[in-house]
Ligand binder design. Structure first.
Ligand SMILES: NC(=O)c1ccc[n+]([C@@H]2O[C@H](COP(=O)([O-])OP(=O)(O)OC[C@H]3O[C@@H](n4cnc5c(N)ncnc54)[C@H](O)[C@@H]3O)[C@@H](O)[C@H]2O)c1
Length: 265
C-alpha cells in the first residue's frame, strides 16, 4: 500500500537550508513532491542542488536553488527576496544547514574555528527565522508560519571536543523555545528536531568504513543509524496542519541513543 502523501495549506512556500545534502535534501524533495514550492540553499555543491531541483520538477513540483552562506546576513536577505519574488511569501522554513563538530579541544581551538561553526549552526537559524517573521508581517493573513530547526541530541549531550557544535545546538534549542513563545501570537510555530546518528555525508567516515559503522550502530538501542528520509518525514509532519498547536518542542529521532547515558552505573 502506498503511504498517504502529507498535505499542506494552499499557498505554502518553503525554504530549506542545506537542501543539497543529507537531511535538507530529503526534506526538500519530500516537500516538493507534496506540492509545496521549495527554495533550497546550497553552500558549495551547485550540481547537487541542481539535481534536487530536477528531481522535484520531474515529479511535477516547483523548486529553485540558490547559493547562500546562512551565517551571512546579506545572503539570507537575498535568499528570501528571491523566494518571495518567485513563489510568494515564505511561511515554511527548515534550518538544516550546519557544520559538524571540529573535535578540537578548547585549548587548541582558534576563535575563527568556533566562530565559523556558530555562524553556520546558530547565526544561520537566527537570520532565517528573523527574515521569515519580517516577511510574513507584510504578507496577507492567514500566515500559518512553521519553522523547524534541525538541532541534534548534542543540544543536551555534551562531548569533549564538541564545544563549538554542542554550544551551537544548545543555543539553537533555546532559540527555538524562545521564538515559540514570542511568535505564538502571530500563529508561527517553532519546533526543533534532534537527530541521533543519521546516514548522511556528516557521517561520511562511518559510511566509508564498515567497521566504524558497525561499532557505532551497535551502540544504538534500535540497532541501526537513521536515514535522512526518516528525519524528513518528521519534519514534514511538523510543517503540516497535522501538527497545529505543537510549538516550542524538540522531537528526538535517534533510535533511543540519547537514553543510553549512565547505563550500568
Ligand atoms: N547526520 C547526523 O547524524 C546528524 C545528527 C544530528 C544533527 N544533524 C544536523 O542535521 C543538519 C543537516 O546535516 P546532515 O546530516 O544533512 O549533513 P550534511 O553535511 O549532509 O548537510 C549539511 C548541509 O549544510 C550545508 N552548510 C554547511 N555550512 C553552511 C553554511 N554556512 N551556509 C549554508 N549551508 C551550509 C552544507 O552545504 C550541507 O548542505 C545539520 O544541522 C546537522 O547538525 C545531523
Amino acid at each position: 500500500m502506498t503511504p498517504p502523501t502529507m498535505t499542506f495549506r494552499p499557498a505554502s512556500v518553503a525554504i530549506v537550508t542545506g537542501g543539497e545534502s543529507g537531511i535538507g535534501r530529503a526534506t526538500a524533495i519530500k516537500l516538493g513532491r507534496a506540492g509545496v514550492p521549495v527554495v533550497l540553499t546550497y553552500f558549495k555543491d551547485a550540481d547537487a542542488a541542481d539535481a534536487v531541483v530536477a528531481e522535484i520538477t520531474h515529479a511535477g513540483g516547483q523548486a529553485a536553488a540558490i547559493a547562500a552562506d546562512v551565517g551571512d546576513e546579506a545572503a539570507v536577505e537575498s535568499l528570501f527576496d528571491l523566494a518571495e519574488r518567485r513563489f510568494g511569501p515564505v511561511n515554511l522554513l527548515v534550518n538544516s544547514a550546519g557544520l559538524n563538530m571540529t573535535g578540537v579541544m578548547i585549548e587548541d581551538m582558534a576563535l575563527a574555528q568556533f566562530d565559523r561553526l556558530i555562524r553556520a549552526d546558530l547565526y544561520g537559524p537566527f537570520l532565517t527565522c528573523r527574515r521569515l517573521v519580517r516577511g510574513l508581517a507584510s504578507a496577507a493573513p492567514p500566515h500559518d508560519g512553521r519553522i523547524v530547526n534541525i538541532s541534534s541530541i548534542h543540544e543536551n549531550a555534551p562531548r569533549p571536543g564538541g564545544v563549538d557544535y554542542d554550544a551551537a545546538k544548545g543555543g539553537l534549542a533555546q532559540l527555538t523555545r524562545t521564538l515559540a513563545l514570542e511568535l505564538a501570537p502571530k500563529a508561527i510555530a517553532v519546533n526543533g528536531v534532534a537527530p541521533g546518528m543519521i546516514l548522511t555525508p556528516m557521517n561520511q567516515s562511518a559510511l566509508d568504513h564498515p567497521d566504524e559503522l558497525r561499532r557505532k550502530q551497535a551502540a544504538i538501542p534500535w540497532g541501526r543509524a537513521g536515514t535522512p528520509e526518516e528525519v524528513a518525514d518528521l519534519v514534514l509532519f511538523l510543517l503540516s496542519p497535522l501538527a497545529d498547536y505543537i510549538t516550542g518542542t524538540t522531537v528526538t529521532i535517534d533510535g533511543a541513543l540519547s537514553l543510553t547515558v549512565a547505563q550500568g552505573a
